[in-house]
Write a protein that binds this ligand. Structure first.
Ligand SMILES: [Mn+2]
Length: 430
């Protein structure tokens, strides 16, 4: 019989999703925790493993204590064990809540910053957990350096629970590196702290952030949700998402060039948002709303008009995917270049705009000007200077041999001249 572990970190009980447009409804960490408990019961998991920052802060004690203890109790009634460690947010409040509840099925591992170990056996499968909890808010010296492999039975799969900042050497939140984990002898590490789900090392040891099960803000883009790992035949499998966060955030860039009417703009934006949403396929199955940070790009005769046409999207836009997911927009941003219709006429003027226009015309016509020649020489010098820099040395091998041709330089100057000219003309018309 396989051992099934439902895992998540960074639930941040007490928080609600922020950044959604008005009218999107409310999504709370408390609801996602309830759903996790329901799923654990429904899927007959053996263990729920939580990797810290389960409660947002100590001032959330009263908001967190009820749902957390109700969940622990329900898991206990179904014989499901809970292994949990505290993080930098709940280093003080989590032990309090767990003590106040006295649930036999819940084990806080590593309280007070000392490693603790516990074995779990089911039929002919077994797993040993190791865990360490934040004793204070800031930890600069990683406890992995004090991990005693003498506590580990090499014959049984080992799963570690740790709240830690992977790959951030000077972090005050328990900075750790791959090498620190390699010497522990554990098979799998379930980490907390980083909200973006990610697998850090796929070979032995398997290290991953399950991430926050609910996307808590527009910064938390991509798929989120609790994961399941299974231990069978004495080995630990890869994490698989069991359900998706009901909210998903994404960023998108849409080129609106050629949208000369409000209707054309709306069509382009709606189909851009819909196409991207449909491209996620099954990943949107449990997602009630997908919210976009929208960037409008391209060339337009009147960028200010595009801004006014689309200014209401942030609060008013909503559109169904057809699969039950609502598409929303939580922010709009613009990078639109004004279209210059009279560029040849402008090129005859002796203003800064005229010089830029002349440069653009020269490049597009394949001609040379003194100004362009100087710019090109300067670009080449800067380009070589940059490539000589030490931090780029390891990229040298990947560099194409014709990296600093006139062609490349002219393309760069053309793009920048257009951008600058656009800005200049826009300033004039304002
Ligand atoms: Mn944290």
């Amino acid at each position: 019989m396989a051992i099934k572990i439902l895992a998540a970190g960074d639930i941040h009980l007490g928080l609600k999703v922020t950044g959604l447009s008005a009218g999107a409804g409310e999504f709370s960490a408390r609801d996602i925790w309830k759903r996790m408990v329901d799923r654990a019961v429904l899927s007959n998991v053996d263990i729920v493993a939580l990797s810290g920052d389960i409660v947002d802060r100590d001032n959330r004690f009263f908001e967190a204590v009820g749902p957390l203890q109700a969940g622990f109790r329900r898991l206990g009634e179904h014989n499901i064990r809970v292994f949990i460690v505290s993080g930098n947010h709940d280093f003080d409040v989590l032990p309090q809540i767990i003590k106040a509840g006295s649930h036999d099925n819940v084990r806080l591992l590593g309280e007070g910053g000392k490693w603790e170990f516990e074995k779990f056996v089911k039929g002919n499968e077994a797993v040993q957990f190791a865990g360490w909890s934040f004793p204070v808010q800031h930890v600069r010296d990683s406890p992995l350096k004090r991990f005693d492999t003498g506590n580990i039975d090499p014959a049984i799969p080992g799963v570690g629970l740790l709240h830690a900042d992977f790959g951030a050497g000077d972090s005050p939140y328990n900075p750790v590196s791959l090498a620190d984990f390699a010497i522990t002898g554990m098979d799998t590490w379930i980490l907390g702290h980083i909200h973006k789900p990610q697998e850090l090392n796929i070979s032995h040891p398997y290290i991953f952030y399950p991430g926050s099960p609910l996307a808590l803000s527009s910064k938390e883009t991509g798929a989120h949700g609790p994961v399941l790992i299974t231990i069978s035949n004495n080995s630990v499998g890869r994490a698989e998402r069991v359900f998706a966060s009901p909210v998903r955030f994404e960023n998108i860039s849409i080129d609106i060039s050629g949208c000369e009417s409000e209707e054309a703009l709306r069509d382009t934006l709606v189909s851009g948002l819909l196409d991207r949403s449909l491209s996620f396929g099954d990943e949107l199955q449990d997602v009630s709303c997908i919210s976009y940070g929208l960037m409008l790009t391209g060339i337009h005769s009147n960028p200010a008009l595009v801004e006014s046409w689309s200014s209401g999207m942030k609060d008013d836009f909503s559109h169904e995917t057809g699969g039950g997911t609502m598409i929303l927009v939580h922010g709009t941003d613009y990078n639109i270049q004004p279209e210059v219709s009279n560029i040849r006429e402008l090129a005859r003027q002796n203003s800064p705009a005229g010089i830029l226009a002349r440069t653009i015309v020269a490049i597009e016509d394949g001609e040379e000007t003194e100004f362009l020649k100087n710019l090109l020489a300067e670009w080449k010098e800067n380009h070589r200077e940059m490539n000589r820099k030490e931090i780029y040395l390891h990229l040298q091998k990947m560099r194409l041999p014709d990296d600093d041709t006139d062609e490349k330089g002219k393309q760069f100057i053309l793009t920048e001249s257009k951008r600058l000219l656009g800005n200049l003309l826009q300033q004039k018309s304002e």
